[in-house]
Ligand binder design. Structure first.
Ligand code: PLP
Length: 375
């Protein structure tokens, strides 16, 4: 039985008619930019996250640049960012004029920690980007206790929970992506910034709209980066279902545990006090590429997302890339995403686990046989 890496279709299928109705309403209303659905989604998403403000933007990459600008990040500043993340987490820094400074992660959680961030701080550090990678939740309070403001890159963590609240309400400011495959995904690009700081929210609102409040006076060099009205309408249909989908992702993670997958590969570990809505289910194996090839042959979706960590990407050469990030290198070499979705069943998790087991145990047999032969 083949198992796809993602299944975005099954959870959305029951909402098909509601999507058509909301698109028709937007067309009938003819307000396509910053209309009533964007305002309503901003209210509803802020409330969902537990933040005072949410501001819709064009995508999760712009969200980071705009949020950093609102924090006052600019030329001469440094921003600490993990290297084991999607490239956009770091790519969004140079457009502010600041320099990315790469820090390591914890290998088991794939997230930054207060210790890995502390090692990268300098007197020039203006902000830290803590990525809630794969739906895990980085320890934001511990990092902010170092005395530096934290931007949560929550692109992959809509629906996750932590002791201190939800992603989006844990740090100084947070950013989300609504790319279609995300835990909350639109039918195109989209993003949001959340914060409980009214002044930051005010600056973000101006920056996403050419640095202006009224399109008459322009106070900043800003951006044209707005969440589309159509995407906002589609996201409003989905938001009431996010918790149920997040529970489906948690259940899928438990199905893998129950299927005994942890006997054969290293499973992702939740950060203490957090309850991840797994966006990707990423295991570690010393021979990850070989495992990938045999899963593909068995019809099991899989992907190595970040084989080359960001600090070793060609575009990052102008920045300080001569850093030693041992956990990042190890994660980059050994990680592999296996199927995960809100609809992944126990049977599918069993199927995937059996295919992993066949590969991992198959490769052990010759070693055991040769040991026996030696006896
Ligand atoms: C961790 C992380 N940060 C930032 C982004 C950028 O989001 P977008 O693709 O909406 O620009 C993504 C997703 O693609 C992501 O996974």
């Amino acid at each position: 039985m083949p198992v796809e890496l993602f299944d975005t279709h099954t959870p959305l299928a029951p909402l098909h008619d509601a999507f058509l109705a909301c698109i028709r309403n937007v067309i009938d209303d003819s307000r396509y930019i910053l209309g009533p659905n964007v305002s309503a989604f901003e209210r509803e998403f802020a409330e969902y996250c537990g933040a005072a403000h949410a501001i819709g933007v064009a995508n999760g990459t712009d969200a980071i640049t705009v949020a950093l600008r609102a924090m006052g990040v600019g030329p001469g500043d440094e921003v600490v960012v993990p290297s084991f993340t999607f490239y956009a987490s770091a790519e969004a820094i140079p457009p502010t004029g600041a320099t990315p400074v790469f820090c390591d992660i914890d290998l088991e959680t794939f997230c930054v920690t207060a210790e890995t961030v502390r090692a990268a701080l300098t007197p020039r550090t203006k902000a830290v980007i803590a990525v809630h990678l794969f739906g895990n939740v980085a320890p934001i309070a511990e990092i902010e206790a170092l005395g530096v403001p934290v931007l949560e890159d929550a692109a992959q963590a809509a629906g996750s929970k932590a002791d201190g609240g939800r992603p989006g309400a844990l740090g100084t400011i947070a950013t989300f992506s609504f790319f279609p495959s995300k835990n909350l995904g639109g039918f195109g690009d989209g993003g949001a910034i959340t914060t409980s700081d009214g002044e930051l929210a005010d600056r973000v609102r101006m920056l996403r709209f050419h640095g202006s409040r009224d399109k008459v006076t322009y106070e900043h060099i800003g951006y044209n980066s707005r969440l589309d009205e159509l995407q906002a309408a589609i996201l409003r249909v989905q938001l009431p279902h996010l918790d149920q989908w997040a529970d489906g992702r948690r259940a899928a993670g438990r199905h893998y545990v129950d299927a005994g997958l942890g006997d054969d590969v290293a499973l992702p570990v939740a950060v203490g006090g957090c309850d991840p809505a797994w966006h990707l289910f990423v295991v570690r194996d010393p021979h990850a590429d070989e495992l990938a090839a045999s899963l593909t042959a068995a019809g099991i979706g899989n992907k190595a997302y970040y084989r080359t960590p960001v600090h070793r990407q060609p575009a990052m050469r102008p920045y300080r890339t001569e850093v030693e990030l041992p956990a990042t290198e190890e994660a980059a070499r050994t990680h592999l995403a296996i199927p995960m979705s809100a609809a992944l069943s126990a049977d599918q998790a069993h199927e995937v686990s059996e295919a992993v087991r066949a590969t991992v145990r198959g490769r052990e047999r010759p070693a055991i046989a040769s040991a026996r032969e030696r006896d």
